[in-house]
Design a protein around this ligand. Structure first.
Ligand code: PRP
Ligand code: MG
Length: 225
């Protein structure tokens, strides 16, 4: 639990969401120097600290109350939530607001030469993925069995090297699939970035900071529409 009076926000250090997250916070008027190597950045003009971490660590940090807020992709959030539930760990959080960036989809893709006609063609196959829980939930809904092997990145390489029959990974422009001879066949989950907060109520001081910050976030998003 954070005992400080400064609001602690977790954001992705580098990756798909980091530039947009940083731009959002900046447009909200937060003065942050994230150019340096400090992973806990003090906001100079507001009682806020920004913790820069791996995106997959953000849900847990918020669910455990280490950070009050987090900006994270729904894909990462939902995967972590399902996994923690399974493991008997705390998985509750509050979605403070959806954000209007970081749009992508988690999809199944198969090698170009695979003759795909329906979901049943995927039954019993093995998929490389960073999102086994989302894949399993989707497969259960569809009534098929799938196997998976866990890769944290460069997932698209797996079929080519014989590690898996297909992949279940994020698609944004589709360029990575194309470059690796893969074709998207099914959408498993649609994702955007979200602002989430810890499930237990914030202290009055922290709530007051959030009450100042949230309308600014809404304003920035409205201006971008
Ligand atoms: C992400 C994701 C896909 C790719 C999708 O990978 O895992 O591979 O981007 O984007 P696209 O459809 O626009 O090509 P990233 O580049 O972040 O690398 P990593 O998977 O190795 O972490
Ligand atoms: Mg990738």
């Amino acid at each position: 639990m954070t005992t400080e009076t400064r609001l602690r926000i977790a954001m992705q250090k580098s990756g798909r969401l980091s530039d947009d997250t940083q731009a959002l916070l900046k447009r909200c008027g937060l003065t942050i120097n994230v150019a340096d190597r400090r992973l806990l950045a003090h906001v100079a003009n507001m009682p806020i600290d920004i913790m820069r971490v791996r995106s997959s660590d953000i849900p847990g940090l918020v669910m455990d109350g280490v950070c009050d807020l987090g900006i994270v992709g729904d894909n990462t959030l939902e995967e972590a939530s399902l996994k923690r539930k399974l493991m008997g760990d705390k998985f509750e959080y509050v979605k403070t607001t959806p954000l209007n960036f970081g749009g992508c989809r988690l999809s199944i893709a198969m090698p170009e030469e695979f003759n795909y006609s329906s979901v049943d063609d995927l039954n019993g196959l093995r998929f490389a993925t960073t999102y086994p829980q989302l894949l399993k939930r989707w497969a259960d809904e569809k009534g098929i069995n799938v196997e998976f092997c866990l890769l944290k990145g460069s997932v698209e390489v797996a079929p080519r090297v014989g590690l898996a029959d297909g992949i279940c990974d994020l698609v944004s422009t589709g360029a990575t699939l194309e470059a690796n001879g893969l074709v998207e066949v099914e959408e498993v989950f649609r994702s955007k970035a979200s602002l989430i907060q810890t499930a237990s109520p914030l202290t009055a001081e922290k709530q007051a900071i959030l009450d100042t910050l949230l309308p600014r976030i809404m304003g920035v998003m409205k201006a971008k529409e």
